[in-house]
Design a protein around this ligand. Structure first.
Ligand code: SAH
Length: 471
């Protein structure tokens, strides 16, 4: 099985730095299933080609796993296409032999790693279950130009028809690591087979290598299903994570956009300062920040000694990781660390971990919820979590006319499912308060403008019968 990678980038011999393999040498590597050899059929300044030749020792493989195969003898274990085709064996060889290039590392020429260079990869034989159609559906959305030659099953008997084997050349101007990553994931997908056990680790591997491109790929489902050897549970897990990442990506870019829109009036800072003040005033000691995002409010709360226990919860694992980094959680002194906890959870579901707190902040979150999910959210907060104070903020849509260019459309953020007028917000909040036994007070946040009110609106709910002076 032969894979060649060529570039016409100048000087093309830089390919040697990227692959960490010197163009003048032939190198061999022993892998658990055979030998891999790397050499350069051509290494000129104008064009350079590296070849990875994989010699799969299929007989050795079976002998080494005698125990496993002994009772299960089948001729197909000895006579099969594995040594001759691009399969998961080649993916493993890429990760072992070109590991640094795959993960985009290059000590000697770090600037080269991100450089987009004209690349061409040729696979001598690529099995495609799903034919050329699938081959194109997988690689074309990623921007590749594809040349594919299908082989007949047996040239002596053309009437037997076509085989599933293709000789394929893929061309794209991109970083080498991108090309290798696509090959690494998609070769076993086209082959629809893997030579090893597929478990949770494989989901993690897919998410790692699929980062950036798999979330938006139109064939996402079939890629995940085939990559995970059709294991439904693992597939469901991987797809759920990819979709969450996708939502979060939209959310993060939208978040930046919203912040830009609001930044001119320093709204975020004012909002967080006011929320902190309300939480202080209501004498809360143990507080929740629900939908905490990157943890800006958490940072403010940490600075106030009054708050003995602070919890940040968000639906997105990814944003929680960002929060952890921004708060330098790992480097916090023990005393501070003990006060702060971050965990993943959704406001759509009752969650025992949220019980027993004095106050909850839900800052700029409800507008991200689908309207039909609001009823569940209301019960989670006011019936099950039921802290004595709930501070909730949301944009006032009336104020949007004051923002010069709202690229997101009618809303400040493209993930917002709705934004409310002051009337809409107040009637929703008053109704919720009445149904769940709270009183509610409204406060403007940010500079109020005639006729349209403030940019942010805040509701402070207090559980009925509670007077903080009693506590
Ligand atoms: N409160 C933060 C972040 C607001 S952005 C701030 O004011 O800066 C909205 C946040 O709500 C995002 O981080 C998003 O991941 C989170 N979110 C959206 N739906 C959620 C849900 N159902 N449960 C918990 N968090 C949710």
């Amino acid at each position: 099985m032969l894979l060649t990678i060529s570039t016409t980038y100048s000087p093309a011999t830089d390919l040697g730095y990227l692959l960490h393999k010197h163009p003048a040498r032939i190198q061999s590597f022993t892998l658990p299933f055979g030998q891999a050899h790397v050499f350069y059929p051509e290494a000129r300044t104008e064009k350079c080609t590296a070849a990875l030749l994989l010699d799969v020792d299929s007989v050795g493989l079976i002998r080494r796993s005698r125990g496993q195969f002994a009772e299960n003898f089948a001729l197909s274990q000895y006579v099969n296409d594995r040594p001759y085709v691009a399969s998961s064996f080649l993916s493993v060889a890429i990760s072992r032999v070109f590991g640094s290039a795959l993960s985009g590392k290059c000590k000697e020429r770090p600037e080269l790693v991100k450089t987009e260079i004209p690349l061409s990869a040729s696979l001598s034989i690529l099995p495609c279950r799903g034919g050329e159609k699938l081959l194109r559906r997988l690689f074309e959305p990623l921007g590749y130009t594809i040349e594919a030659e299908r082989h007949t099953l047996n040239t002596r008997f053309p009437e037997w028809g076509d085989s599933r084997y293709f000789t394929v050349t893929l061309e794209k101007t991109c970083s080498l690591s991108e090309l290798l990553t696509h090959l690494y994931v998609l070769m076993p997908v086209l082959d629809d087979e893997k030579h090893y056990w597929v478990g949770d680790a494989e989901v993690a591997k897919l998410l790692k290598h699929g980062n950036n491109w798999l979330t938006a790929h139109p064939e996402q489902e079939s890629i995940v299903l085939r990559y995970l050897k059709h294991q439904r549970k693992l597939t469901r897990e991987a797809l759920a994570q990819l979709r969450e990442d996708d939502a979060q990506e939209t959310d993060e870019s939208g978040q930046a956009q919203e912040e830009q829109v609001e930044e001119r009036i320093g709204l975020n800072e004012v909002r967080l300062a006011m929320v902190t003040e309300v939480l202080k005033q209501c004498d809360a000691r143990r507080v929740l920040d629900l939908g905490c995002g990157e943890g800006k409010l958490l940072r403010k709360l940490l600075a106030e000694e009054q708050f003995e226990e602070i919890v940040g919860m968000d639906v997105s694992h990814r944003i929680l990781k960002i929060a952890q980094e921004r708060l330098h959680y790992d480097r916090l002194p023990d005393k501070q660390k003990k006060r702060l906890r971050l965990f993943q959870g959704s406001l759509g579901y009752r969650d025992k971990r949220l019980s027993g707190y004095d106050a909850a902040a839900v800052i700029e979150v409800i507008e991200h919820l689908d309207v039909p999910r609001l009823a569940a959210f209301e019960r989670v907060i006011f019936e099950f979590t039921c802290p004595r104070t709930v501070v909730l903020t949301t944009p006032n849509i009336e104020y949007n006319v004051k923002f010069e260019n709202l690229e997101a459309g009618p809303f400040r953020h493209r993930d917002h499912r709705f934004e409310w007028t002051r009337n809409e917000f107040q009637s929703w909040a008053s109704d919720v308060a009445k149904r769940f036994g709270y009183t509610v007070a409204f406060h403007p946040i940010g500079p109020e403008s005639e006729g349209v009110g403030p940019p942010t609106q805040m509701a402070v709910f207090t559980r009925e019968g509670y007077d903080y002076k009693d506590s």
